[in-house]
Write a protein that binds this ligand. Sequence first.
Ligand code: HEM
Length: 403
Amino acid sequence: MGRRARRPGESGGPRVERSGRVWRVRSLEAARGVLRARGETRQAGFTAEYVPKGWLKHHPILMSDGPLHDEQRSKVARFFAPAVVAERYGEAMAASADALLSRADAAGGVRLDDLALLYSVEVTSRIVGLTESSVPRMARRLVTFFRQPPFDITQPNLGRTPQQWARAAANGLLPIARFYAADVRPAIRRRRRAPADDIVSHLIGEGYTDLDILVECVTYGTAGMVTTREFITMAAWHLLADDGLRERFRAAGVRERYAILNEIIRLEPVVGHLYRRASAAFEITDAGRRWRVEEGDLVDVCVRDTNADERAVGEDALDVRPGRPLPSGVNEAVLTFGDGAHRCPGQPLAIAETEVLLTRLLDREPRIVAEPALGWDDLVAGYTLRGFELSFGRPAREASGEG
Ligand code: HEM
């Protein structure tokens, strides 16, 4: 079936390409070199260079670099280790998936992208500790962060006009203020009185201010919840459109299902570009060739290309082939979850969460009523899928094992 998220005008190019002070890297070898050049690069994606950090006591995890960042990461790692995800959150994920799907059973079908949003927000909000507000309302607030005017990260001032900047400030700050008042502040208050085993409590313990905690919650909301929603929809689309793959998924044990999901997300990375600014000169290499990146240059790691780099993943790079041989040290999802200092801590959670929901969804033998519409978002440089309508072929009671 091949890749579904194909972006008009983005059809590959040289493995390493320079245009002025901007580098585009499509070779996996070179891209890994960039993402691992920890001493010589800074985070430049997600508009990090334009987020004012002066008023924060702690730098946000996604946007800081260096030894303090490593320490921040190692302290939150305990919330995301694969064994922790399965043991601590397995039951909650299953309960959340069952509740949402049984509501869909009553309607005989579901708009999957909507259900996936509620599900990913519910699961992640428990781990983060945002549990004092309604999940559907929080989900609506998170989605509004993305209503931003377009931008081009390679241009000075993101290529925006002053009017677009004004609109960006209004569109961005108002939803964040609402998210703080409705979701984050009540969670902080409760945990200041009674700490729990979650990220908000951990950040309070580390001396984070309310504002610092808000910024971290925005990261988890956007980097964690919204990305997982897109992936769930994409993975379901592949599985429903490919009978062989779906049968294999349904017959497989959990490890093989994870391998299938990692292979789908390799082919369909949700975050399409990762950006780094060189804070010092460094070299990148690809198949014996070398280039020198100068201090101040911007490097665009083109994840859709690196993940389909035939030299690394094989000639059938654009097919779904779970368990494909990969060079040693390369993750099953290749660079979908990044690499090096900012590597996503949420991969085991995102994959486990998707497996739990899709296993239950496929038991209902869904059929596609309307394929999702593909769109593109500048902030995560990735795809969006909207309007994926499914009807259930199998009566709900049978699917849940009661019939
Ligand atoms: C399909 C789902 C997901 C995808 C595709 C994804 C992708 C990514 C990528 C590519 C990065 C690295 C950014 C960079 O190097 O510039 C990242 C960072 C991050 N992700 Fe995820 N992510 C997903 C799910 C999650 C989940 C479920 C969580 C947690 C609840 C999470 C939390 C984070 C955090 C905290 C960072 C920042 C890490 C750092 O900068 O040190 N992500 N994610």
